[in-house]
Unconditional design. Sequence first.
Length: 225
Amino acid sequence: MGVEHTAYLTAVWRKMGKIDMASVKDVPFSSKMMAYVMGWLDPASVDTIVQRTTVIDAVLAALQKEHIVEIGAGLSARRERFPKSAVYNLDLPSFPLKKENFIPYVIGEDALEVPFMDAVFVVEGVSMYLEKKQLKKMLKEIVAHKGHVLIDFFDKSKGSKYKSFREDLYKRMFSKVACREKPFSFAVENAESARSLLSSCGFSEIEELRLPLKKTLDILFYAKS
Ligand SMILES: C[S@@+](CC[C@H](N)C(=O)[O-])C[C@H]1O[C@@H](n2cnc3c(N)ncnc32)[C@H](O)[C@@H]1O
């Protein structure tokens, strides 16, 4: 397993939340079982992904952009949900399933090369696996393409030090799936620091899109360059 396999979790949790019933067919059986157990241990993760995807889709539907570029796309089914847009899926070259319009791209290492400007870039459930330097490089590249971005972060101010047995077990399983002792490497201090980060990379209009959830670590932003 490796960080690519975290995409199996999100695909299964969207099925659990009944917002994408199709992508799960590409998840190997053992990963599917692991994801169902983890979703049962931490229903807040399932709720977060359901709300996050729903809010992002609502913005994409309103924008009606010709090009949608998903970075760290995993098994995203936005190509099916937005047939009027050209949807590009960027992910690690080692990503196990390369759908149509797949572009290998290592955030922070590769140059972001898409042959159009003014696209909307979706970076959903990815920032937490990156180093700040990688994240900033990618955001600046999006700005250089005059792109809009929809991106979420983990917000440290929403976390709690106390972990129940279930939460602890969930975290251990997450480490196994991502193949890292600490599965997550990046979080913002709070919403204000997320705004500063986006602004420092060149984004001007920055809006927080609130997720209607009591328990979540996730904060979502829409920004224009
Ligand atoms: C939790 S999954 C999210 C997938 C998808 N965005 C979703 O919401 O279902 C994280 C994704 O980020 C990708 N990823 C992690 N680090 C990356 C990097 N440095 N460059 C490109 N993709 C990366 C993984 O391969 C994986 O597909």
